[in-house]
Design a binder for this molecule. Structure first.
Ligand SMILES: [Fe+2]
Length: 187
C-alpha cells in the first residue's frame, strides 16, 4: 500500500535577536493603551531604525517559510503587505480561539517573554473542522493540539487559516508581536 500525507499545516519556529527593540518600544509606546488589529493599529507604520531592523527580520522569516512551503519568495509576488501589532501585555492577558482570515501567513514574535511559569502558552489546533468527530482516544495523536511556551526571542510562523488561542497569562510583562503577511499576485 502507498501512503499519501495530505494537507500539511506547517508551523515554522526559530529564534531572532533585536538589540535595542525592547528599549525602543518602552520609550515610544504606551503598552497599556495599544491599538489592536481591529481598530487599525499597525506598528509597522513606524519607520524608525529599530522597527525597520525588526521588519527585516520578520520579512526574512516569512520568506524562508514561504520558500520551504511552496518554493516561492515574497518578491515573486507583485506586492505584499505586513501588519503587526503589540499584544500580550498586562496581567490576565488571554486570547480566545481565532485565525487570521485574509492573510496568507501569520507569525508571532516574542520580543519579551521571560516568565515561563505563568501560563500564556500559545496553542494551535488541528484546522480540519470536526476531523476528530467519532474517533476513539487511540487516534489522539492524529488530532493533537500543539502547545508552545514562548521565550524571549522565539518566533513562530503558520498558515493564517490555523486556529490558535493563548492561555491566560498571570504575570504582568510580556511583549508579543503578531504579524500578518498579505501577498498579492496582481493582474
Ligand atoms: Fe492570533
Amino acid at each position: 500500500m502507498d501512503f499519501l500525507n495530505m494537507w500539511p499545516t506547517t508551523i515554522g519556529s526559530g529564534k531572532f535577536n533585536t538589540d535595542g527593540l525592547i528599549e525602543y518600544i518602552f520609550a515610544n509606546y504606551d503598552l497599556n493603551n495599544m491599538e489592536g488589529e481591529v481598530n487599525g493599529g499597525n506598528i509597522f507604520k513606524d519607520n524608525s531604525d529599530e522597527m525597520n531592523k525588526f521588519k527585516d527580520i520578520v520579512y526574512n522569516s516569512f520568506d524562508s517559510y514561504l520558500y520551504a512551503s511552496i518554493g516561492k519568495h515574497i518578491k515573486d509576488y507583485k506586492a505584499h503587505e505586513m501588519k503587526a501589532w503589540i499584544t500580550g501585555h498586562g496581567k490576565d492577558y488571554n486570547m480566545t480561539i481565532h485565525n487570521h482570515s485574509g492573510a496568507h501567513l501569520s507569525g508571532v514574535f516574542y520580543i519579551l517573554a521571560e516568565d515561563q511559569n505563568s501560563g500564556g502558552d500559545i496553542v494551535f489546533s488541528d484546522p480540519r473542522t470536526n476531523a476528530n468527530r467519532g474517533y476513539d482516544d487511540w487516534w489522539n495523536d492524529v488530532f493533537d493540539k500543539k502547545s508552545v511556551t514562548p521565550r524571549t526571542g522565539d518566533f513562530m510562523i503558520f498558515p493564517s487559516f490555523t486556529y490558535h488561542h493563548v492561555n491566560p497569562y498571570y504575570s504582568s510583562l510580556r511583549i508579543c508581536v503578531p504579524v500578518d503577511l498579505y501577498l498579492y499576485r496582481g493582474g
